[in-house]
Design a binder for this molecule. Sequence first.
Ligand code: ATP
Ligand code: MG
Length: 321
Amino acid sequence: MGSVTAVLNQKGGVGKTTVALGLAAAAQRAGDKVLLVDLDPQGSAGWAMGVEADDEHLAVGDVLRTGSADVATAATVTSGWGEGVDVLPSSRSLIDREADGHSDATALRLRRALEPLTAQYRHILIDCAPSLGPTTRSALAAADGLLLVVELSALSVRGADAVMDTIEDIGSRLNPHLDVFGVVVNRAPASSTEAEHQAEELTRHMGAGAVWKPFVPQRTVLNEAVGLRAPLHDLGYRAKATVATFDRLYRHLNRVTNASSAATDATDATNATNATARPHRPHRPHRRTEWAHPPMRWVSPFRMPSVGAGVSPGSRPRSPS
Ligand SMILES: Nc1ncnc2c1ncn2[C@@H]1O[C@H](COP(=O)(O)OP(=O)(O)OP(=O)(O)O)[C@@H](O)[C@H]1O
Ligand SMILES: [Mg+2]
């Protein structure tokens, strides 16, 4: 059973898509099957993986509209990166889903649709739009955990706090088992007093174990990979150091998600209600809000049998007109 990870920050341009792509490339190189859900109407992640966002074919907007696992499966395509990496593409109509409102039923549709697909992938990575609106709330409702991507600027570190408030809001209502998998620092400068200060602030705020190492440095090879619509790992020697960074981050993702599912299994087995025993939930000493009640295990009423694999990019099923 794979893990669902929402890659997010409401701040634009911090590297959410870059980190999701780097992790997907590392998963592919490790031989692990991965699905990237492009939950951003910009469609950048899908594009970088060789899949165009359009309104002609079934896409993630149709999944959010219907909550159907069959639609999710039909919309999923093999990426241009080759076998083992699939994409649930974005579409411009995804913007309409932002107008669907904040109801819990709406937010749960993505979870319902993705649940059967988790059996087919080691990881499902959701690349979120730079917002905390309804589509990102859907991602948080669907995810086992979230990965916050930040830069070491005062504004980005400050924004991390607003994301955490939203998570606690959603966590207590929709998805009590949502974990904070961690924080990935992107575009870390080689050395800067201000960046070091912000790194300390982030660690103080989020807890030492929550901030993943290594940091992702500023590297043009990451832009090149997007321009070529190829996995970073295909760029040869000049990408070697950056590949090593993402391979380490990917191993960390595996450790964290393994711990998360083991804790969930243990919680299921004992019917325990105290989620603070989960070892990987970062300790956040300065939070204003603590869990008001011990979280209960959320059991989906929508569990459905597993369905077949997606279709190839050349034969994407059309959206109903
Ligand atoms: N570590 C890095 N080194 C060099 N370029 C980077 C790095 N991280 C991101 N970029 C570049 O910065 C730009 C923004 O990155 P990206 O699209 O990943 O951010 P985002 O948070 O997903 O943006 P949005 O909020 O619009 O979805 C892209 O051109 C990307 O290639
Ligand atoms: Mg993006």
